[in-house]
Design a protein around this ligand. Sequence first.
Ligand SMILES: NC(=O)c1ccc[n+]([C@@H]2O[C@H](COP(=O)([O-])OP(=O)(O)OC[C@H]3O[C@@H](n4cnc5c(N)ncnc54)[C@H](O)[C@@H]3O)[C@@H](O)[C@H]2O)c1
Length: 266
Amino acid sequence: MTSDTVPVVVDEVAPRYRGRVALVTGAASGIGAATACRLAAEGAQVVLADLDEAALEAAVAATGKAAGHGGGAEGVVLDVADETGWAALADRLNNGPGRLDLLHSNAAIAVIEPAGRLAVADWDRQLAVNLTATFLAVRSLVGLLERSSGSIVLTSSVHAVRGLPGRPAYAASKGALLSLSRQLAADYGPAVRVNTVVPGPIMSQAWDSVSEPDRERSIRATTLQRFGQPAEVAAVVAFLGSADASYVTGASLVVDGGWSVTADSA
Ligand SMILES: NC(=O)c1ccc[n+]([C@@H]2O[C@H](COP(=O)([O-])OP(=O)(O)OC[C@H]3O[C@@H](n4cnc5c(N)ncnc54)[C@H](O)[C@@H]3O)[C@@H](O)[C@H]2O)c1
């Protein structure tokens, strides 16, 4: 299975996001693109943010196609680690729809090297994109989210809770997101709920460089004996951000096909 074979379009969904505005980062691909499609299908006006302009254009088109119940899509080229980009995006939302109901902070990068060989610049960049970006997003947008009684969903990873070779900065950033989300939930409740989704092996372009034997090993390590699809994470993000999760905040929800409960998953 390759990332190309993964469907991101959903069939029948309830219009839980009709009249709502959602922002998804890392939305040009994988989990972010699937979440944008899911939210638009449920009626959201989705702002897709990513720094890959060409892929973003395609994802905006796919999201527009998936949209239903008054939903729609627009794209914003943004480096999530760039503070000035967040200020501009906050202005755009304040002067445009004037509301924000869901922030899905999802963009991430991974440089695979053990700590002894990882360049300091690569450590800094991973922390900036995977962790500091969420702080920048919240700093710029929490006023809008509070006014809309909105919600935040962060994308962490099973690497936050299990040590695997070669990902010190990635794992540290994903672990920090779990504590950051609890902290944000405490700071901004009751107006804003904050939760984290914790994916396991999800078939996206992130797996393109992984060998077939390693992919098969990952599949064998899941209780469900397969990769997850981005749409299966998107469904959980859409739940956490919706009124169906109205009493859920400060929580993390693992979406890993049982990878983290299977003994030989390392
Ligand atoms: N795929 C998996 O197996 C898996 C497992 C656990 C967690 N995750 C997490 O899920 C999230 C999405 O991963 P994915 O598999 O869909 O990856 P992906 O590579 O398909 O998508 C990531 C997107 O983020 C964008 N991006 C990267 N740096 C950015 C920046 N500075 N500013 C804006 N956009 C940027 C990329 O252009 C890309 O479109 C990530 O947070 C990842 O850590 C993925």
